[in-house]
Design a protein around this ligand. Structure first.
Ligand code: ZN
Length: 308
């Protein structure tokens, strides 16, 4: 008899074990499916959220970024604005930079700083007698500005040096330099109807007083079209008790067959020895085969090199 026999119960147990196993497999499959679907959904929803953020948030972020960038740019612009606000000062104070500079061979440019003075007419007389032109860098704070008309009428160049000629003051800032320059510019223009185009820095373009500002001043002045000239020879006449012979000696010692020579001289009430030395200096260079000319803004600038 099979039913109720030991074999029957064995088979029943096997069957139950198979059913339980199948149920367990199904359960595992079901739970696994649930887990997988959850994972997939969460992965999908993650992707969605990225997509969402791409669709919705990113544009906002982009906008924010743009806003931030814009505000950064605005801040930068504001900084630049504040840095270069002096560019809008004295809009009439401009010139034109020449397209091309020229360099004439064997040419001497006499340049007289600090005038006009009681010596100016004497200097003009010597220049006239020798039929040569020169350049006068003017200090407009001087009292006898009418002499500027004589300088202009005789065909010499009038350039700007300074109004106050006070180093501490004019090199205090770019604005301070521009204010001083503008005063000198206007006084020359009012007196002579000449708009100066060239200038010389008091103390030279690089000096102990302008180390913090000279680059900004130079770029601003060049932006406005003004050309400046330093020198490659000095009369050495700035000292108080310089003699005529010492000046001539200084010039001869500084001479090294340069193609272009810009000589620093001074037009000052006390500089009688400068006037006395002038005819001999002119003769010296002429005997060396040089001719004289005035600076104008087409003459190739001679400037001090900047320390690195
Ligand atoms: Zn000077």
């Amino acid at each position: 008899m099979y039913f109720g026999s030991v074999r029957f119960f064995k088979h029943l147990i096997y069957l139950l074990m198979i059913i339980v196993s199948l149920i367990a497999l199904y359960g595992a499959w079901y739970i696994g499916g649930l887990l997988l679907s959850n994972f997939y959904v969460s992965a999908q929803s993650g992707t969605d959220s990225i997509d969402d953020s791409a669709d919705n948030e990113m544009p906002e972020n982009n906008d924010n970024n743009i806003i931030i960038q814009d505000s950064d740019l605005l801040n930068e612009a504001a900084d630049i604005e504040s840095e270069v606000s002096y560019q809008s000062l004295y809009p009439e104070m401009r010139s034109e930079i020449p397209i091309q500079f020229r360099q004439k061979p064997k040419t001497v440019y006499l340049t007289f700083d600090d005038g006009p003075s009681d010596r100016t007419l004497e200097i003009l007389d010597i220049l006239n007698k020798n039929n040569i032109k020169a350049t006068f860098f003017i200090v407009s704070n001087n009292s006898n500005l009418d002499i500027l008309k004589c300088i202009a009428d005789e065909g010499h160049t009038i350039g700007i040096h300074s109004h106050s000629h006070k180093y501490n003051q004019i090199y205090d800032s770019v604005e301070a330099f521009l204010e001083d320059f503008n005063t000198c510019y206007n006084k020359i223009y009012e007196t002579t109807s000449v708009k100066p185009q060239v200038f010389r820095f008091p103390g030279g373009s690089i000096n102990a007083y302008n180390m913090g500002v000279y680059q900004d001043i130079i770029s601003e002045m060049l932006r406005r079209g003004f050309i400046y000239y330093d020198w490659n020879m000095s009369m050495g006449d700035a000292g108080k008790s310089i003699t005529k012979n010492k000046i001539i000696d200084n010039v001869k010692k500084g001479f090294a067959n340069q193609e272009s020579i810009i000589i620093l001289c001074h037009d000052n009430q006390n500089k009688t020895s400068t006037v006395e030395a002038l005819p001999e200096i002119i003769y010296f260079f002429q005997s060396q085969g040089y001719s004289f000319d005035k600076l104008d803004k087409s003459v190739e600038p001679l400037v001090f090199t900047y320390p690195y």
